[in-house]
Every structure is written in structure tokens, then in C-alpha cells.
Design a protein around this ligand. Sequence first.
Ligand SMILES: [Zn+2]
Ligand SMILES: [Zn+2]
Length: 132
Amino acid sequence: MAQTQLLSKNQQVVLEIIEKAKEPLKAYSILFNVQKKGIKAPQQIYRALDKLIEIGKIHKVESKNAFVACKNANCEITKATAFSICENCEKVTEINKPNLSKYLNNFEDKTGMRYQKYNLEFFGLCKKCRKK
Ligand SMILES: [Zn+2]
Ligand SMILES: [Zn+2]
């Protein structure tokens, strides 16, 4: 469950910017946007980003080095995310498939290694781009 945690002012500002964006935002464009709101120090922004990731409000899309707001109200595992990324329009969607996360949570490889974290990215074409 996404807990209702009190966010600091910086965290709120950063979260709002990411939520409003239509695409994953890179740190520098977040910086650019917050500067207009009076937050000047990049360090403050990075701290706010870290905290938001930790509490599951946002996720990092590693291959794009960018941040997206969590779209799953019940994203339980903040360190286990899966995204689909369109190679044509670069649309990023958070995958919310209970059976996928269940499978991955119980996934064990031949050596008996089990995983607590994953950050998956699936690439392909979105519905819109496939029709073209
Ligand atoms: Zn999520
Ligand atoms: Zn597309």
C-alpha cells in the first residue's frame, strides 16, 4: 500500500513536477523546473528524489536515467519495478501485472539465488505505433 506520508516542501514540489510531466523527466529538467519555485541547490533535489523513490512515489527508469511518478496506487515493492518502453515514441508505462510480480518474487535461479530487487525494462512498440 502506498502510505500517506507527509512530504517535505521540496519533495512535494518535485513530485508535482514529475506527476504533471507526460514523459519521464531527467534530473536536470526537474532542476530547471524547481528553480522557478525558488529551490536552487541541486543537492536538495537529489535528496528529495531519493526519498520519493524510497517511499515509492516515483520510480527511476534506469535506461533513460529519468524519473516517473508511480501509477500504481498499490505499488508495494518500491525496489521492484517493471516498465514497458516504446522504441518509437519513447512512451514509458509502468507494468502492473500481479502475476508478473508474483512470478518474479518467487523466481529463483539454478544456484538458488533469490532476488529482492529488480528493475525491468521491456522494449517494443506501443499500440499506437504498431498501427502506423
Ligand atoms: Zn509503482
Ligand atoms: Zn509508441
